[in-house]
Write a protein that binds this ligand. Structure first.
Ligand code: IMP
Ligand code: MG
Length: 192
């Protein structure tokens, strides 16, 4: 007898999500994210061809972006990761802690920082200072997201995939107190 199995498809694309005490609503789809990453990867492949860049992913937030970006980078290159933290709850603390240091030599080669989001720009400013102190000279910044209205520090922004309003978001690597990083779309905080 033929047994018909009923598979229930998980709902990866729910319109709203609840994380701890906060509610978030879908704002940027997986498809939009993919298209935006394709565009910057293309630009990086053109601009840095033959220059053997070292990509430096910033953990934890950039893990999904770094993976998807690197799948589209076709030029000779390496990737490494460092870990920093500056956010608690939905606010930046203003202090950038280095939790995991750099293992690769950054001298004499272009560095491409791979970040999830540039908000005030403080984290990026500090990371650039740390890389310069280690001897990096040619530094480029690639970020999945930029909040132009929140920017307070002058930092280079070479490859920006998506610009967003000054609102708190989660998903695609970004978290609210540790939760929501696994979401494949991006969700915006619903203000009560
Ligand atoms: P900045 O130092 O103010 O530019 O903040 C950058 C860091 O704060 C990012 O690397 C993120 O980890 C975190 N961050 C900024 N905005 C958001 C957000 O809307 N959701 C989640 N994390 C954020
Ligand atoms: Mg980050």
């Amino acid at each position: 007898m033929y047994l018909c199995k009923i598979f229930q498809k998980p709902d990866f694309d729910m319109k709203t999500v609840q994380l701890l005490d906060k509610k978030f609503v879908l704002s940027i789809s997986e498809k939009e994210i993919r298209n935006a990453i394709n565009a910057i990867a293309k630009q990086i492949n053109t601009d840095l061809k033959g220059k053997n860049p070292l990509f430096v992913g910033i953990l934890n937030g950039s893990f999904m972006f770094a993976a998807d970006l690197m799948k589209r980078v076709t030029i000779t290159s390496e990737i490494t990761f460092i870990k920093v933290a500056s956010y608690t709850d939905t606010q930046s603390t203003g202090i950038v802690k280095e939790l995991l240091g750099l293992e690769c030599d950054v001298k004499n080669r272009p560095i491409v920082i791979v970040e999830d989001i540039v908000d005030s720009g403080l984290t990026m400013k500090k990371i650039i200072e740390q890389l310069r102190a280690k001897g990096a000279e040619e530094i480029y910044v690639s970020t999945l997201l930029l909040k132009p209205d929140a920017l307070r520090f002058k930092v280079p922004l070479d490859y920006v995939a998506i610009r967003i309003p000054n609102e708190f978001i989660v998903g695609y690597g970004l978290d609210y107190n540790g939760y929501g990083r696994n979401l494949r779309n991006i969700y915006t905080l619903v203000q009560e």
